[in-house]
Design a protein around this ligand. Structure first.
Ligand code: HEC
Ligand code: HEC
Ligand code: HEC
Ligand code: HEC
Ligand code: HEC
Length: 425
């Protein structure tokens, strides 16, 4: 059976090279056959027969889609243009690491990449990591083509050598990529690892894997099962869903199950409460508390100049007529002035707020909710009795920015209410 799989793989590689070769001649693009032929990494389908459960979980995750993600692709293209190629390898190193390792990327559009690279952050990339040079900006050390590195000291596989590497069990493994700083000025742009490291979960010894490699939100230990079809029953296994908050791109790319898990994960992350109501001179003041109850880092985290988590507050009088509203999207999908938004703002050299983070020179604002922490906001409603609904909404990006990148309404970014509460006053 091993031979059968290998045979198939060689056939696929051969067909692929043959296909690419002829296409490249047509397009008059320099031939890259040599590079394609020596890709030392394996496609995920080489692992899927034995590790079928993990394969099914990983397919369609943001790791798998890290390069084909249209939001990433557009941003990488614009960054490359604006920086005259300075960001090409920098971005690709985390989003299509096999492409960079094999010299297939740049070009940033992936025209030189084979199907193995295009799988993004894949099985054989992560399991070729033998160590790390440090934290952030893709600081991994990879050694492909031989043993599979992993977390099991007692693994026994008929297919490949296995090597135990302690790093796999640590948050520092994720920190190699989930910590992004500016390529030239060093400004910290994505700080998920650092937020975790300085927060309460690190102190309790709860790592990224405990929350993101589990079947359900929160920590689930033990989660018994098998790590390979012919492996033994184990007391605890790590699922490979890597669920975050992205139900937008996953849905667009047809990964409905991952999108569903992302919605579920988001809804387990936060809580909103009305903690105080005071009345004065015909007005009602409500105090709202937003708590981060489920995320091991700030809420939101990651690409926080683009992500938007905001409060939508609507009050009604006794007849059900709306008397107050804050944070309601307008017809164009924009948030009104004065909306309470949890996110970050960075500015470029001229002091202009930008979501093109390669232009960032300074962090202007960081208004988010720390792990196990909360923030409180006040809203003044212009009447003295009625009812109020408070919703906490999340979306992956600001609509105005997507319109600027892609043209108006090419993408309408969906939002989700992740927590809500209501009260009579
Ligand atoms: C012919 C079946 C088979 C194929 C194909 C296969 N594996 Fe495995 N693999 C196993 C078995 C069996 C184990 C050990 C299971 C156990 O001990 O419970 C294992 C263990 C592992 C481990 C754990 C290693 C450790 O020390 O923690 C990793 C990682 C791994 N495989 C990755 C891969 C990757 C990546 C691929 C594809 C490139 C792959 N495997 C292909 C059968 C296979
Ligand atoms: C983003 C990196 C990443 C990707 C992609 C990835 N893995 Fe893993 N894998 C890990 C980490 C980290 C662990 C160990 C988790 C721990 O011990 O905390 C692991 C554990 C494993 C194990 C041992 C399982 C266990 O429960 O002990 C196997 C087998 C494995 N992976 C195979 C695969 C296969 C097959 C794929 C592709 C379908 C894959 N991995 C994709 C990071 C990755
Ligand atoms: C080789 C770099 C790399 C490593 C190592 C890595 N990631 Fe990722 N991860 C990425 C990239 C790139 C994305 C985003 C892809 C995109 O959105 O286009 C991502 C996305 C994610 C997401 C989905 C975010 C969302 O918005 O839905 C989660 C969750 C995640 N990673 C968790 C982890 C965990 C946990 C680990 C460690 C076990 C880890 N990652 C290791 C590169 C990496
Ligand atoms: C206590 C559980 C927990 C721990 C620990 C944890 N996370 Fe998360 N993470 C969550 C939850 C819940 C969400 C969904 C809410 C959100 O998007 O922030 C999330 C979201 C994410 C996202 C998507 C953020 C977005 O909105 O784009 C990424 C990426 C991520 N986590 C990576 C990591 C990494 C890397 C670590 C370790 C350094 C880690 N997480 C530790 C629970 C956890
Ligand atoms: C050190 C690794 C690393 C580097 C370098 C990096 N990224 Fe990312 N990128 C990530 C991770 C991890 C995420 C996921 C965070 C999250 O979900 O919020 C991400 C998310 C994104 C997203 C969000 C995708 C979505 O669907 O929501 C875009 C867009 C993006 N990156 C573009 C870029 C561009 C453009 C560059 C280069 C200028 C770049 N990245 C450089 C690791 C990296």
């Amino acid at each position: 059976m091993n031979k059968k799989i290998l045979g198939l793989v060689f056939l696929m590689i051969f067909l692929f090279i043959a296909g690419c070769g002829s296409k490249e001649v047509e397009d008059k693009v320099p031939v890259k056959e040599e590079k394609l032929a020596v890709n030392p990494f394996s496609p995920a389908t080489d692992c899927s027969f034995c590790h079928n459960q993990f394969y099914n979980e990983w397919r369609g995750t943001m790791h798998n889609l890290a390069f084909t993600d249209p939001f990433y692709a557009k941003m990488a293209e614009v960054a490359s243009r604006e920086t005259e190629g300075l960001t090409d390898k920098y971005c690709a190193n985390c989003h299509i690491p096999i492409g960079v390792h094999t010299g297939q990327v740049p070009p940033v559009d992936g025209s030189g990449a084979d199907t193995i690279s295009l799988e993004g952050v894949s099985c054989d990339f992560c399991h070729a990591v033998e160590g790390a040079k440090g934290i952030g900006n893709g600081s991994f050390i990879v050694n492909p083509g031989g043993a599979k590195y992993g977390n099991l000291a007692d693994a026994d596989s008929p297919m490949h050598k296995t090597v135990y590497v302690e790093l796999f069990k640590k948050a520092e493994f994720c920190g190699m990529c989930h910590s992004v700083s500016h390529p030239t000025n060093g400004l910290p742009l994505e700080t998920t690892y650092e937020e975790w490291k300085n927060g309460p979960y690190a102190k309790e010894g709860i790592v990224c894997q405990d929350c993101h490699m589990t079947p359900t939100p929160g920590v689930k230990k033990p989660n018994p099962g098998k790590v390979a079809r012919q492996g033994r029953e184990r007391n605890h296994i790590y699922t490979h869903t890597f669920v975050g908050g992205n139900f937008w791109i996953t849905e667009i790319m047809g990964a409905k199950e991952v999108a569903k898990l992302a919605r579920e994960r988001l809804q387990a992350a936060a809580k909103v409460e009305i903690v105080n109501v005071t009345k004065q001179g015909g007005m009602t003041k409500i105090k709202v508390r937003v708590s981060n109850v489920g995320a091991g880092h700030y809420l939101p985290t990651g690409l926080t100049e683009s992500r938007q988590l905001w409060l939508e507050v609507t009050a009604y009088d006794g007849n059900g007529r709306e008397v107050y509203s804050s944070g309601k999207l307008d017809q164009d999908g924009m948030l009104p002035e004065g909306t309470v938004i949890y996110h970050t703002e960075v500015v470029d050299e001229s002091g202009q707020v930008t979501e093109k983070f390669w232009r960032a020179t300074k962090i202007l604002k960081d208004y988010r909710i720390p792990p196990k922490g909360y923030r409180e906001e006040e809203f003044t409603i212009p009447n003295s009795s009625g009812s109020v609904i408070v919703k906490l909404n999340y979306r992956s990006a600001n609509q105005a920015f997507l319109d600027e990148l892609f043209g108006e309404r090419k993408y309408t970014v969906p939002y989700l209410t992740i927590a809500q509460t209501r009260k009579k006053y």
